[in-house]
Write a protein of this length. Structure first.
Length: 294
């Protein structure tokens, strides 16, 4: 069994990005600028956004954090999105999800200029991704592809089972794994909360990507010998072993599953650090106008 060290790969990519930023600046170019909108005080979102802003500093990007209370109106938020769309200094921005119930996430996402949509959530980016055109690919799937690539994990012709059908991970992941590319070229099965006998599909999988948000869902008896298991789950569960009183638990029962795997990602330290680094890479691409010229 080989542990996929997302933390180490992310650190490597972080220094590659930092080096490129220095080159851009040395040539008189503009420092890439990422803005993040955070609504409310959800513990998970606070942690993620703080980490995104910190990573911006580490790679040499400019960053801006725009905060609103839970009772911000949809109109007010949309106005800020339009302002960021029009601000020539901002190369890319994100609106951290989830948003409070009275705000339509879809409306917010569709208001973001797709050329600044470094999360890759806008329907134009999703559509372009699904037919293999240059676009911003959403960060978690992009990070997983990068892990598969850097660990030289063979995917062509393999059966990949994606657990979960979210717009952020499950759907784009399934689409990318079936793409005619490397990594890719898989036969893909998507399982979700209504799938009957998930275990049957998992036992047939060469690669399992678990993104259900159900802590410890994938058990040892659901995985065949030699499978590659990628754990996207990051549920905060109470813990008396940490200072914060929480720890992150993945969708995979690691101790049972790991001995059967050829490769597996841990939680934390697997997919999580790659998600943030993929956002940084998208921001660099946005800064360089590498995908969309304007
Ligand atoms: N909430 C959970 N993951 C993400 C993400 O990748 N981007 C945004 N904007 N919100 C999220």
């Amino acid at each position: 069994m080989k542990l996929i060290d997302g933390k180490a790969i992310a650190a490597q990519i972080k220094s590659e990005i930092a080096e490129e930023v220095q080159q851009i600046l040395a040539q008189g170019g503009k420092r890439p600028h990422l803005a993040a909108i955070l609504v409310g005080h959800d513990g998970g979102s606070e942690t993620y956004v703080a980490s995104k802003v910190r990573t911006c500093e580490e790679v040499g990007f400019q960053s801006a954090l725009i905060r609103y209370e839970d009772d911000v109106t949809e109109d007010e938020l949309l106005k800020k999105v339009i302002e960021l769309n029009e601000d020539p200094d901002v190369d890319g921005f994100i609106v951290q999800l989830p948003l409070p119930k009275h705000i339509s996430e879809q409306k917010v996402i569709e208001t973001i200029d797709y050329r600044k949509d470094v999360d890759g959530f806008h329907p134009i980016n999703v559509g372009r991704m699904s037919i293999g055109l240059p676009c911003f690919v959403s960060a978690t799937p992009a990070g997983i592809l990068e892990l598969l690539k850097r660990y030289a994990i063979e995917t062509s012709g393999k059966h990949c089972v994606v657990l979960g059908r979210s717009n952020i991970v499950g759907k784009p992941m399934a689409s990318l794994m079936m793409q005619k590319s490397d990594p890719g070229d898989c036969t893909v099965t998507v399982c979700h909360s209504r799938t009957r006998d998930i275990k049957k599909y998992c036992l047939e999988a060469d690669i399992i990507i678990a993104a259900l948000g159900a802590p410890g869902f994938l058990k040892g008896d659901m995985v065949k010998e030699g499978a590659v298991v990628i754990d996207v789950g990051t549920t905060r569960v109470p813990s008396d072993q940490t200072k914060s009183g929480f720890k992150l638990k993945g969708d995979v029962e690691f101790d049972e599953v790991a001995p059967k795997c050829s490769f597996i990602t841990p939680v934390p330290g697997g997919v999580g650090p790659m998600t943030i680094i993929s956002l940084m890479r998208n921001t660099l691409l946005a800064g360089k106008k590498a995908i969309y010229c304007k």
